[in-house]
Ligand binder design. Structure first.
Ligand code: UDX
Length: 450
């Protein structure tokens, strides 16, 4: 099978590379000539575990190619995978489908009879029907199918998520599209991955429903963490007990500084806006967005409160990527914290195994170090923003002696509750200790003391 993937972003690159590993002839197309040049040299433009060696291996075996020129490959394709970006427009919250439809205009004249156009980009319900209509308009005599095949790849484990997917969703309007897409994923079906064949619309909606549900789950546990802080509970115990109920499940119940990344924030916004537009308001999704935004700000306040008078203070920021094993900063809660600290006049010394360069470029007034102890040198507080494994095994004695004031704000709960205090740290985490009540709360008798 010959496959062309349009777009070498996160989804396109992981999907194209993994499909070429099944033995298909895959060409990834991107307008960005410098990116294609890098890929042709075997360099991966993003940090994603396992991806770069796979790109090299499959390019060397002749199964994976990169080009800027769709005209040279699309006419021979059995399947064209659309994997271009679908950002949301900042002010309206609406999904921006311009890249999708620009790709459709570009490929339509090049498609051959029997081709299947597979949409992997996250698109709002009805978009695949529009893609189908537009191709039919441009090529009235072409026999073709359109398939909605949403991805569920998590950054940091995308290759594994692709190769060991828990489900493949195939939204199809005809048998040919369904059969070709099933054939494409045959190697995964052979290892018992569930293939769910459904309508275009169900496939489109399910992608948004999954991401919005998971974002709401994270937001829920974050609010329960607040409740624990007010009452003496421990959110990790509560999450543990909730997770024992199979109706709830134990994943995505880690309280933290709020969700970020390229999907949850964008997809929740698009779903909320779309729900309003079609007369099906998504109240829970709207609340999730607002609560998460407020959480990011309140985490910044938590840090500022912990360091006291901000002028002249230095904070060591441990982790800036929105999650570990990625260099992606998009909508990372750490960015909100950095912005607030800088605004208050606090200096930032950062450490992140992959995202330091990008963070330094975004905030030129911050300093980044290859070693966490160097970053902590002379700092008034350490703030753990991303749960990188390397931060779990820190030598707390060494860390403390590097710092000016031993304050640790662990927004990912990676340390045992009592451990840092044993080394002399003032330790603040999430949902595990009663927060000091403010004066007003104390006089109103609102909160129990620790
Ligand atoms: C997500 C979806 O999981 C994936 O299926 C989809 O296709 C793309 O979007 P990703 O954005 O890579 O993947 O990250 P994910 O692991 O889902 O985490 C999203 C955010 O939630 C991160 O900011 C993470 O730190 C946060 N999170 C996740 C928590 O705060 N607590 C949790 O328990 C889980």
């Amino acid at each position: 099978m010959k496959i062309v993937v349009i777009g070498t972003g996160y989804v396109g690159l992981v999907s194209g590379t993994c499909l070429s590993g099944f033995g298909y002839d895959v060409t990834c197309v991107d307008r960005d000539a410098s990116k294609i040049e890098r890929l042709n040299r075997g360099e991966c433009p993003i940090y994603e575990p396992q991806l770069e060696p796979m790109i090299r291996a499959h390019s060397a075996s002749g199964h994976l190619h990169f080009t800027t020129d769709p005209a040279g490959v699309v006419p021979w394709a059995d399947a064209v995978v659309l994997a271009v970006g679908t950002p949301v427009t900042k002010d309206t919250g609406e999904i921006d489908l311009s890249q999708i439809f620009a790709s459709v205009e570009e490929i339509a004249p090049l498609l051959s009879d029997g081709v299947v156009v597979i949409t992997k980009s996250t698109v709002m319900v009805g978009t695949n029907a529009r893609i189908r209509n537009r191709i039919a308009q441009l090529r009235p005599n072409l026999r073709f199918s359109v398939v909605s095949n949403p991805e569920f790849l998590r950054e940091g484990s995308a290759v594994q998520d692709f190769l060991k997917a828990d489900r493949i969703v195939i939204g199809a309007h005809d048998d040919h599209g369904r059969a070709v897409t099933e054939q494409l994923y045959r190697p995964l079906q052979m290892q018992d991955t569930i293939v769910k064949v459904t309508s275009l619309e169900d496939a489109e909606i399910s992608k948004y429903a999954c991401n919005a549900f998971l974002a709401a789950k994270v937001t829920f546990i974050n609010e329960i963490a607040d409740l624990c802080e007010r009452t003496g509970g421990n959110v990790m115990e509560v999450a543990d007990i909730m997770g024992m109920d199979p109706r709830i499940g134990d994943l995505f119940l880690r309280a933290g500084p709020g969700f970020g990344g390229s999907c949850f924030p964008k997809d929740t916004r698009a779903l909320a806006t779309f729900g309003d537009a079609v007369g099906a308001p998504q109240g829970l999704v709207k609340a999730t967005i607002a609560t998460n935004e407020a959480r990011k700000r309140s985490m910044a306040q938590r840090v500022l409160k912990a360091i006291g008078q901000p002028t002249g203070k230095q904070v060591a920021l441990f982790g800036v990527a929105f999650k570990p094993e990625t260099d992606d900063l998009r909508e990372s809660p750490a960015l909100t914290v950095v912005e607030h600290l800088l605004e208050a006049g606090v200096g930032i010394r950062g450490f992140d195994p992959q995202a330091a360069d990008a963070a330094g470029a975004l905030f030129p007034q911050t300093h980044w170090f290859d070693d966490p102890y160097d970053a902590a040198s002379g700092a008034d507080a350490v703030v753990i923003m991303t749960e990188w494994n390397v931060l779990r095994a820190l030598d707390l004695m060494k860390l403390k002696s590097a710092m000016r004031t031993p304050v640790m704000i662990d927004l990912r709960n990676i340390h045992r509750r009592k451990e840092p205090a044993r080394y002399g740290f003032t330790y603040i985490s999430v949902g595990r200790d009663v927060a000091e009540p403010t004066h007003a709360e104390q006089s109103a008798g609102l909160r129990r003391k620790a």
